[in-house]
Design a protein around this ligand. Sequence first.
Ligand code: BGC
Length: 289
Amino acid sequence: MLTPSLILSKNHCTTYQTMSLHVKARCEVYPRTQDVKRFIVPDDKVPWSVDFPEYDPIDYTSKSVASQPVWADSPDPATITFNCIDKSCNSDRRSNEGNYQVINGCPRNPRGRTGCKGRGTLGKWGPNHAADPIVTRWQRDSNNEIVKQDGKPVLEFVAVQRRDNGEWALPGGMVDAGENRTATLTREFGEEALNSIDATPERKAQIQKLLTEFFKNGKTIYKGYVDDPRNTDNAWMETKAMNFHDEQGTSVGDDAADVKWMPIHKGLKLYASHIDFIRRTVENHGAYW
Ligand code: BGC
């Protein structure tokens, strides 16, 4: 049950920019394919500034993207103006990493080579923006005492199991055209984390209202490039991850099969860069890792 005590009063904001060399963005086989194999890019050849004359990335854009659904760009990137807000489709084509290069009309991944050109399964040329809510509370025992490990309190976060690959992840999602990041967080959390909760439509509407309040205050944990397996040389994921902490732990939800409160420790295996966002959240709260 969600209660108004979830609503937080503080709003700190810190932005972290640095992240290590992308690894998932160089995964051998492109997600949701069997035979789309990336050109192998050794660590030292990732930066565009390093010469790699033999580099011959595979060109892949999935059929669903190529058929140009509403959420996807035109197949020809030369028709698009990058590094700005694109009013023609209400799309934010700016990167949190600063201005990215556009070579012969085609945007270039700011973190370097991926072994694949085209858009893969991503709709936009250049940055594809997502938002990730990190909803946390302290783990409590049957006496309602906060659980400790190595003398430190243990945090839990709301995790969802992704339908595409079964991996556990934050309940995030893509920013819709013209939508601000906070609206995306609220909508996605509502859609992904609360969908499985058994409640009447009235109760769901009530929850949605409380969530909107709850999501007004949060702390930015990360804003920028995501090491996502779908990334290519010309299309990549970026996200804004925000932490919403429920100090009193009154936001108990059902532990449905594909949504749960997951106790946090450093051994967790999560989708894309989500474990990095979780680690930063743990540091902020001085929790067990
Ligand atoms: C997911 C987000 C994730 C982003 C980048 C989106 O599809 O919904 O949770 O952070 O991709 O990997």
